[in-house]
Design a binder for this molecule. Structure first.
Ligand code: SAM
Length: 379
């Protein structure tokens, strides 16, 4: 695989007593307007704690100015771990024979979505492994319609907002699901580097197909989310800067990205990667860089951040994220939806996840946006 710069490496330096001239220059540069390639590279690469403080503060201010101080909620329902794809990083890939495969019933999904609506979550994310057979397509359509029928209320006259995250599908399927009530779709690019994408997937999973899917989703009218994994084996800082421009150029409405975390039964396990603190800090800086480049979009503080640090999602909010996906998957199957090792909240009920959430969000000076879909204005 061609590599444009040396693979990621970090060493940490001691915090200086006052802000350096370099940090002041960076602050001045961030005041000037949208960051260019050099500034983004510096945001991702600097090792100076005072510069990181400047970056975080600017990202947070940009968020507050453009999106306000509310955190938007999407109850996460991992409704099936059956998957026909074989992504080399993922714990539920078809080649892994260890997980017990499950699909929730329509009633379980609808009941969970209704519960999310009653909590004031405003939106749900229906996520699963990837299937394209007719039975699955119909099952998803029927479930979408049933959720819409049962979740409307005075506060949510059109029912909960629904994000689908079910991978690559045909244009007809995307259109059918849109008509059935899904209005957002999350399809991560995983990386905008064609070479790195090829190293992460078998040949049948093509870079070009994923781009086509994203364009189709936009054309149909979905609010489109995408994202990448951060700290992948072989990934460079330039790859990540390219990812940021990719988000801009594809017209993303939402970004959901997080650190890459190995899974013991995935093919990439054992490949050299950054240590946990370095992957964490890089992921936070990717959030900040995205916020600075795309001030008004939604950015998720993902579960993968919480996997690397107990307060990872709160840190994500402080670096410019404004969406959280509280875990709502029924406990009986939650362990079987393990994308990477160390998934948090495996034994907490959805109710426990809901009650711990508000305190966490308040702890970083932010408020919950209840009973709203919480989409950004159209760009
Ligand atoms: N199959 C659908 C798709 O690919 O969009 C949805 C489910 S997929 C499991 C959801 C996301 O999990 C992927 O887009 C990927 O970024 C993330 N993921 C999978 N394995 C991961 C890992 N080892 N570390 C971090 N994120 C991972």
């Amino acid at each position: 695989m061609p590599v444009k710069t040396a693979p990621l490496q970090f060493t940490r330096k001691a915090r200086p007593a006052s802000q350096s001239a370099a940090a002041q220059a960076l602050a001045a540069c961030l005041q000037e307007g949208l960051p260019g390639r050099e500034t983004l590279r510096r945001i991702l690469g600097t090792q100076q704690p005072d510069e990181v403080d400047v970056i975080r503060q600017h990202a947070e201010q940009t968020l507050l100015k453009n999106c306000g101080d509310t955190v938007r909620l999407r109850g996460l329902i991992e409704f099936s771990n059956r998957c026909t794809s074989d992504c080399y990083y993922c714990g539920i890939r078809r080649s892994n024979k260890m997980p017990t495969r499950y699909t929730l019933t329509q009633d379980e999904i609808v009941d969970t979505a209704r519960w999310c609506g009653e909590q004031g979550y405003g939106s749900v994310v229906l996520q699963s492994g990837e299937r394209r057979d007719a039975k699955f397509v119909r099952f998803v359509s029927d479930t979408l319609r049933a959720i819409k029928e049962t979740t409307h209320s005075v506060a949510l006259p059109e029912g909960v907002g629904i994000t689908l995250c079910v991978g690559e599908q045909s244009p007809e399927t995307y259109a059918e699901w849109f008509d059935a009530g899904a209005h957002r779709y999350l399809l991560r690019m995983e990386t905008s580097s064609p070479a790195l994408f090829a190293a992460l997937h078998p040949a049948e999973q093509r870079y070009e197909s994923r781009i086509e899917c994203l364009k189709t989703l936009k054309a149909i009218g979905y609010r489109v989310g995408t994202g990448v994994m951060i700290g992948l084996p072989g990934q460079t800082l330039d790859d990540l800067v390219d990812d940021l421009f990719f988000f801009r150029d594809i017209g993303a409405d939402m970004i959901g990205m997080g650190p890459y975390i190995p899974h013991e039964q995935a093919a990439l396990h054992g490949m050299p990667i950054l240590d946990v603190p370095a992957r964490m800090t890089l992921a936070l800086r990717m959030i900040a860089a995205t916020r600075l480049l795309l001030p008004s979009i939604n950015i998720a503080a993902t579960t993968a951040l919480q996997t690397l640090a107990p307060d990872g999602r709160e840190q994500g909010l402080r670096y410019g994220a404004n969406v959280i996906m509280p875990q709502a998957t029924p406990l009986r199957v939650r362990r079987e939806y393990t994308l990477y090792d160390g998934k948090p909240c495996l034994d907490d009920s959805a109710g426990q996840c809901a009650s711990c959430l508000e305190g966490r969000i308040h702890s970083v000076g932010r408020r919950l946006l209840r009973d709203h879909w919480g989409d950004p204005a159209r760009r």
